[in-house]
Design a protein around this ligand. Structure first.
Ligand code: ADP
Length: 152
């Protein structure tokens, strides 16, 4: 239903755009903070996903559902560390600033997540660490399409 010429132009534009062009500020919390702190951060910052850092580097992702799951039981939310409920580093899907918006969109759809941390790889003592420099979410995608529709 979309005109082929127009949709190809859109596709080419999205492949040329980089994550750096559309990313948002990341909202982070430190390992050792509690599930309660995570919920407060989620509300105060008005985001759906929080990134967890340890010594300043990415160690986990916490989503709305991760927090809800723990809030449903009779748990003392201030006593549960956030790292107990987060998705751990080895399972995290991320992008870098030079990743194309096209590739980032495909990751969000294929892995069925709402957002991807934007990271910068840092090598320290031969170990690769991920510095969190942004957030790429479904909202960024929606904003991009709105701007394109408005001819910006
Ligand atoms: P919600 O929980 O609000 O539906 P998501 O669909 O983004 O939000 O999260 C679903 C699950 O995937 C959660 O357990 C969350 O920790 C995890 N998750 C979220 N984002 C990522 C990501 N970028 N990489 C890996 N796992 C993620």
């Amino acid at each position: 239903y979309v005109d082929k010429g127009v949709s190809n132009l859109t596709g080419e534009h999205i492949k040329k755009l980089k994550v750096a062009d559309v990313k948002s500020m990341p909202i982070v919390i430190s390992e050792g903070q509690s599930v309660y702190d995570g919920i407060v951060t989620l509300f105060l910052e008005d985001v759906g996903t929080i990134y967890v850092v340890k010594d300043g580097y990415l160690s986990g992702v916490v989503s709305r559902k991760d927090l809800l799951k723990n809030a449903m039981g009779k748990n003392d939310l201030e006593a549960i560390p956030i790292d107990v409920v987060m998705t751990r580093l080895s399972h995290i899907i991320y992008v870098e600033e030079h990743t194309s918006v096209y590739e980032a969109m495909a990751k969000i759809i294929n892995y069925q997540v709402d957002s991807l941390p934007v990271v910068k790889k840092v090598i320290t003592d031969g170990k690769e660490l991920l510095e969190v420099v942004g957030r790429f979410s479904k909202t960024n995608i929606a904003k991009l399409f709105l701007e394109m529709a408005e001819g910006k």
